[in-house]
Design a protein around this ligand. Structure first.
Ligand code: BYC
Length: 312
């Protein structure tokens, strides 16, 4: 108990907690859950965009998309490494993903049907991710906070890449404008769900806020995203697919209609449009990649042996 009071004091003083520091077991477990789910999201998030590399409409668009997807893979690696500092192996984390014990973001269970979806993903999905992640740069666990600093730099380029695609399509033909609006209609609500349930229905929030893992709540971050994104949509002529949107001059915030939480729960519990496809794909390539992991391990073992022979 005395240790927990000491720990809470460190958190309250704004100190970073480092890998070898004393920490309550619940804090450690909470971080493993959140950071590993974040890592899984980055890696599974490569799938809907990966389908569009060969079909990008120009060489420039293809190069940018390739770089973006590669960034997401890198984010997954930083985050798996941060999780491993808490004393769990990457193998175990992948097992938890494959068994369904560990979740990944709801958003990646929707299909990317055409090029406008690549714009909507970059603008809305990376846009929502960055709002959440900016606040995680000050999260109380040092390795997670530092990973987030690097991730945020890359994520802001991703958001602009998506907005550029949407802006270009909205200055194009009637068909292009319709495609952009259709993508907006399909991605808007799932993007709002990325911030998680309302604060009153979020079982992990009170500990997360107490331990400063979360610096802002689900609803506060969602509101930030809404306030930032609606004017961006209006600027390029896109309509937010919600008849209840209105500006509240008293609060200085937009108000929106109710989110479909049944859909959210269905999707995060494995019954979204692409859950099976995403998981089967991950399992297949994880399996087929065994020889790569074994070869890398054998090489590093040999390298270490050689180096220790030279030193001896
Ligand atoms: N999707 O008590 P709550 C990205 C689950 S961006 C699925 O509020 P918490 C990327 C939650 O896990 C996306 N599940 O939980 C972007 C919990 O279930 P469990 C990744 C969700 O953790 C572009 C239950 O609902 N970003 O990677 O306090 C390109 C109750 O929720 C979701 C992050 O992960 C959801 N949207 O708050 C490529 C950011 N929301 O675990 C990649 C870091 C909630 O008890 N994570 N659930 O089975 C966070 O900030 C928080 O974990 C969340 C949820 C705000 C997501």
């Amino acid at each position: 108990m005395a240790d927990e009071i000491k720990f809470q004091k460190r958190v309250d003083n704004g100190e970073y907690i480092e890998a070898k520091d004393e920490m309550p077991e619940e804090y450690r477990r909470h971080l493993i859950r959140q950071i590993s789910q974040h890592a899984h999201s980055e890696v599974i998030g490569m799938q809907p965009e990966g389908n569009w590399i060969t079909r990008a409409p120009s060489l420039r668009a293809k190069q940018i998309l390739l770089a973006k997807i590669q960034d997401e893979g890198g984010h997954g690696l930083y985050l798996y490494s941060a999780t491993e500092t808490l004393g769990i192996s990457r193998d175990e984390l992948i097992k938890q993903l494959h068994s369904g014990k560990a979740k990944y973001s709801n958003i990646f269970n929707y299909p990317a049907l055409n090029w406008a979806d690549i714009g909507a993903i970059g603008w809305l999905v990376d846009g929502a991710a960055i709002v959440n992640q900016v606040s995680l740069q000050r999260t109380s666990y040092g390795p997670y906070a530092r990973a987030m600093v690097r991730i945020c730099k890359e994520e802001s380029f991703h958001q602009r890449q998506g907005y550029e695609i949407m802006a270009k399509m909205m200055s194009g033909t009637k068909e292009q404008k319709e495609m952009a609006q259709d993508a907006m209609n399909r991605w808007w609500w799932p993007a709002l769900m990325m911030f998680g349930p309302h604060d009153t229905n979020s079982p992990h929030s009170s500990n997360a806020v107490k331990w400063k893992i979360k610096r802002e709540t689900n609803d506060e971050l969602r509101q930030k995203f809404i306030d930032k994104t609606i004017p961006q949509a209006e600027l390029i002529g896109l309509k937010v697919p919600d008849n209840n949107v209105k500006w509240n001059a008293k609060t200085n915030h937009y108000e929106i209609g109710e989110i479909n939480w049944d859909e959210f729960h269905k999707v995060i519990n494995g019954h979204g449009p692409c859950n099976k496809q995403r998981m089967n794909h991950h399992k297949k390539y994880h399996e087929e990649g065994i020889w790569v992991r074994e070869a890398a391990e054998a090489y590093s073992k040999k390298k270490l042996e050689r180096e220790s022979l030279i030193q001896a």
